[in-house]
Design a protein around this ligand. Structure first.
Ligand SMILES: Cc1ncc(COP(=O)(O)O)c(C=O)c1O
Length: 450
């Protein structure tokens, strides 16, 4: 519980809570701490959680590469924490992951608790737990909690940086034609209203050549460059970009590196302290499988005071990362249920999950590549891809392939056309099996032969 702070100096999770809070620490009968701890314990003691712990402990020290091919192990994981999929095969986890059962239960339990006395829980009760969440996220992302802001998604994280970064008319921003639409729109607004100059580069996708991936950015740098925006993993075809190599070659430390890490947490290990990017944004409803509407922004400490918040704060020049969290009233229970999502992710194991996702996507793409007329648009190498894969069929528009897969074969997918890329994107989850991938391959085979 945050007490006795001067509201004009210190940022709470939500500053307004300082005004409403009367520093109540007790609800009749129960302390705040014990109510929240009871929820956490309930989840840990549930049959679902215990089953998962047992499955994971039996896997013990098995090599992740070997475990990735163990259908029985992943079937047990699927049956422990996921509900059956129903008639649809969901191959679009790239947009939003399916929430595991314990995460749904946590969100429901926090919602019920909050509902007892909503204002109280929002303004007072959940504050300490929000700070615990910040600390937990910092461990997950291997960084300092004072550089971690709890956000709603990648768009809000990245747009906080885009609209807050101190640049003005004539300053140049380098970004790619394949960047994510919400971010492109945000930069175009800065171009319209503030006169910043956007320099568009074309990234060759797919590519297994580090130099080819970073050179377009490096070549576009001039003495007016102030920002480089780069995707760590392109959402369209899953291309991983060697952003740390790009950072090392930029040289000029006044250029801010704004990294879209939307798909990284939960797919690839993150070490933000080592990466030392200026800004990094990601979604936690993607591969961490957190509640829908959860994300994170990291701002390097020396840039926080220079970067103004998107929503007003009492001291916009403060170097307190919490100044980026003045959204007004929002759905705190979903943020708190992130605790469960992260615990669950850690239990399964970062490397186990990465290797399984990569294995499943490769299993599908390798078999698709054997079908006449199918073109694969994603590298199969682990340094250049993980869970996301893209393919197309010669002479059939990808949009049409995507529709047939959904309408006739009940296989949910996305078929994006953006920045020169055109294909069907698949993004399986760890609860899928190789039999599910065979179902996709069989369907594509039929479409290609029709
Ligand atoms: C690369 C990339 N950036 C940004 C976003 C925006 O994420 P969100 O919708 O969670 O704000 C997405 C969403 O899919 C994405 O794939």
């Amino acid at each position: 519980m945050i007490k006795n702070h001067n509201i004009f100096k210190i940022f709470a999770a939500v500053e307004i809570s300082k005004i409403y809070s009367r520093n109540l620490s007790k609800l009749p009968g129960d302390s705040i701490e014990s109510r929240v701890i009871a929820i956490e314990e309930n989840i840990r003691e549930s049959d679902t959680w215990r089953r998962l712990e047992q499955v994971c402990s039996e896997a013990g020290e098995t090599d992740p590469a070997q475990l990735a091919r163990d259908e029985d192990f992943w079937d047990l994981i699927a049956r422990s924490i996921y509900e059956p999929e129903g008639p649809f095969l969901n191959l679009n986890h790239g947009s939003i992951n399916t929430m595991p059962i314990p995460v749904i239960r946590a969100q429901e339990a926090y919602t019920r608790l909050c509902n007892e006395l909503p204002g109280y829980w929002f303004f007072e009760g959940f504050n300490t737990h929000r700070e615990k969440l910040r600390a937990k996220l910092a461990v997950l992302l291997r960084t300092n909690p004072e550089e971690v802001s709890i956000q709603r998604n990648t768009s809000s994280a990245m747009e906080t940086a885009i609209f807050g970064i101190p640049i003005s008319e004539g300053d140049e921003v380098i970004l790619s034609k394949q960047d994510y639409p919400t971010l492109v729109y945000a930069w175009k607004q800065r171009e319209i209203y503030d006169g910043v100059k956007l320099k568009w580069v074309d990234v060759p996708l797919p590519s297994e050549d580090d130099d080819a991936l970073i050179q377009p950015y490096l070549k576009a740098i001039t003495e007016k460059t102030r920002v480089i925006q780069v995707m760590e993993m392109f959402n369209w075809n899953g291309q991983i970009v060697p952003v740390e190599k790009l950072r090392d070659k930029i040289g000029n430390h006044d250029i801010a590196l704004l990294v879209d890490g939307a798909h990284i947490p939960g797919q690839l290990p993150v070490n933000l302290e080592k990466a030392a990017y200026t800004y990094w944004g990601a979604s936690l409803h993607k591969w961490i499988s957190g509640p829908v509407g959860t994300g994170v922004l990291s701002v390097r400490k020396d840039w926080i005071s220079r970067t103004k918040p998107l929503f007003g704060a009492s001291d916009p020049r403060s170097d307190d990362i919490r100044k980026y969290e003045n959204f007004g009233i929002h759905n705190t229970p979903k943020d708190l249920a992130l605790h469960t999502a992260i615990d669950l992710f850690n239990l399964i194991g970062e490397e186990n999950k990465r290797q399984r996702l990569h294995y499943l996507k490769n299993y599908a793409l390798e078999r698709l590549s054997e079908i006449k007329k199918v073109q694969i648009k994603t590298s199969l190498k682990p340094q250049y891809s993980c869970a996301l894969g893209m393919f197309s069929i010669e002479d059939i528009p990808s949009e049409v392939v995507g529709h047939i897969l959904f309408d006739q074969h009940k296989i949910y997918n996305v078929a994006p056309v953006w920045g020169g890329l055109d294909g069907v994107r698949i993004s399986p989850n760890i609860y899928h099996s190789t039999a599910d991938m065979d179902r996709l391959v069989e369907a594509v085979n039929k479409i290609a032969k029709a």
